[in-house]
Design a protein around this ligand. Sequence first.
Ligand code: ASP
Length: 344
Amino acid sequence: MVTSKKVLMLHTGGTLGMSGQRPEPLRPDTYTHRMLEHVPELSRLAALDVEILFNLDSSNVTPRHWDDIGRRIHQRHDDYDGFVVVHGTDTMAYTASACAFLLEGLRKPVVFTGSQRPLGQVRSDARSNLVGAVEMATQDIPEVTVFFDSKLLRGVRTVKSDVWGYAAFDSPNFPPLAEAGVDLLIRPDRVRRPAGPRRLAAGFSAPVACLEVTPGFAPALVEAAVDAGARGLVLRAFGSGNVPDQDGAVPPAIGRVVQRGVPVVLVTQAWRGGADLHLYECGQRALDAGAVDGGDLTTPAAVVKLAWLLTAGRDVEGVRAAFAQDLRGEGGMAARRPMKGATG
Ligand code: ASP
């Protein structure tokens, strides 16, 4: 096969390029320097350039690294037909979500991938993930996506769902954009098309904390997070966004931090579906106290969107208004209404 498509692969780290064998821990290595020696078939899919942006276990990737990846893709956008970002699986959903917010008006595919076993191991899933990601990066899918174990998922809808299996990612509230079976099955009806000019949006310097509500949750933790420096909070609430409200419990604590100008976004800790704060009294009380309804956003999408809005200077009401909108296909409250193109 001869291809004229050009793809830039940005390496950022993760298991794919690591070395080591149990019982020793895996550590970042430099496999990707010689990517084409290990997976020569990639050059049959695209003219590939490889850049090592950094080489980290993704547990050490920070919002500053999100900015670096976004900036690099923005700079090289017009030089390539598509981009592949090799990234650790642990925080890939966060980085992919961040890039979706950074890269406004994106016209090219940006495909994140990685692997559960290093490229150098016999039973590695790295090879098939790389082949699939490069192939997807040559298609007309101008979104930030995650390719893993044959599925192409919208990045801002993706969560890491499996530590052991090869299907490490899922998109519980939105179907795959494409699948690589015997043939590539692309669903153009699910693909978002860019609107407006291409630009690099502001980054993520505002600190955001995320707390999981558990039975008997201490409301003081909400204020403690703000006292420790959080400028925004994501609360992973029960079911449809419910929090303990007997004897006051959590809603008044939400009210106090909202009064201090700190937005509190409620998402669900359930696997599928989302918050709907009107459904139960204990959700409605949180809403009345000033909580923002995060709808069906994933936790990574909610954290990233909140940090992005705060960094752009939005106040509580500005954050509330933006969370009522589906800006990058992330869903949220807007997903409660039947969305054009959302179903197969
Ligand atoms: N700890 C690794 C990372 O996220 C896990 C992986 O890549 O699968 O970098």
